[in-house]
Design a binder for this molecule. Structure first.
Ligand code: SF4
Ligand code: ZN
Ligand code: ZN
Length: 319
């Protein structure tokens, strides 16, 4: 039996590649919790009185987020929201029931909203129309935009002043590299945990798991006995996105040089810290739906997608 490198007593069940340590279950849970707390404190992600809406999908990371947040914040000040995309074969009633039951057991109220409620169409319907029109828009673009919109709308309308998402370290570094490759300065600033609030209409987002590797959230969920959603989205490999390519490259890098992803994010945090404090990004308001949109845009991406796919008619020449 290999003993835990921290307590030296119990059997090690996790090999933490980036530190080279082998940890028992308890020391691993404690290590993850402490690292989340450090990150939360370092960036003052929330205060004791904050009402935090947890954005949960039913995947492993959302269970880990709920578990950790109920340990570090008053559960009566936590809520959860999940968005049903409307993707055949992916949105399963049993997964939703399990998510509801878990949230209820932890004293968290959960709100369920569908993309159809938000836009009038399911993600499947948007994708069908897009294909029919010969457009090359990834299904994840429709899905991601409406999911983000739904989470923000629900949090805002129910009076939550923070939204916590379950993004892990791998997700964050992928986004960082994508924004760098695109030279998207505004998004590079917006990714930083110290960024300013850029619109009264956006409930500020926090990402407590941003320094926890994906293999760690997977291990955490497994050791806790969670049964997250296992069905893959049918669109996952339909159109290989830049993100999936970056994911593969970063995966190989981390295999060869464990700790690389953490180092990348740490360096970005330090390098951009001063810059984001100085920078104020003013978002525009969409002339159609009134929701905030990126600087320089008159119509938000959500409305633009519906117009392009023929699902929303708008007379003025705006695109
Ligand atoms: Fe949505 Fe893409 Fe994820 Fe499917 S793979 S749930 S379309 S973001
Ligand atoms: Zn131990
Ligand atoms: Zn709009």
């Amino acid at each position: 039996m290999v003993k835990c490198d921290i307590c030296g007593l119990k059997e090690a069940v996790v090999y933490q590649r980036h530190t080279g340590r082998r940890l028992c279950k308890e020391c691993f849970f404690k290590d993850v919790l402490e690292r989340v707390l450090n990150e939360v404190k370092r960036y003052e992600m929330f205060k004791d009185n904050d009402k935090i809406m947890l954005a949960v999908s039913g995947g492993k990371d959302s269970y880990v987020l709920m578990n950790i947040m109920t340990q570090i914040h008053d559960p009566s000040k936590l809520g959860a929201v999940t968005i049903v995309e409307g993707i055949k074969g992916y949105n399963r009633v049993e997964d939703l029931d399990q998510l509801r039951a878990y949230a209820k057991d932890h004293g968290i109220d959960i709100v369920v909203v569908s993309v159809k409620d938000l836009s009038g169409y399911t993600v499947d319907e948007m994708v069908e129309n897009s294909i029919r029109k010969g457009l090359k828009i990834s299904p994840c673009t429709f899905c991601g935009i409406y999911r983000r919109r739904g989470i923000n709308l629900v949090a805002r309308s129910l009076g939550y002043n923070k939204v916590a998402t379950a993004h892990n370290l791998d997700d964050e570094v992928q986004t960082l590299v994508i924004n760098m490759l695109r030279g998207d300065e505004a998004r590079l600033i917006m990714l930083h945990p110290k960024r300013r609030r850029f619109s009264e209409l956006f409930v500020p987002k926090i990402k407590p798991l941003r320094k926890i590797y994906e293999y760690e959230t997977a291990r955490y969920a497994y050791l806790k006995g969670y049964k997250p959603q296992i069905y893959e989205c049918p669109y996952l490999n339909m159109m290989p996105s830049l993100r999936s390519k970056i994911r593969d490259i970063l995966y190989r890098l981390e295999e060869e040089r464990p700790g690389s992803l953490l180092k990348l994010l740490e360096e970005y945090d330090k390098l951009f810290e001063k810059e984001v404090e100085k920078r104020e990004i003013k978002l525009n308001t969409c002339i159609i739906c009134g929701e905030p949109t990126s600087p320089g845009r008159r119509v938000c991406k959500a409305c633009e997608l519906l117009i392009k796919t023929g699902l929303l008619r708008y007379e003025e020449k705006i695109l």
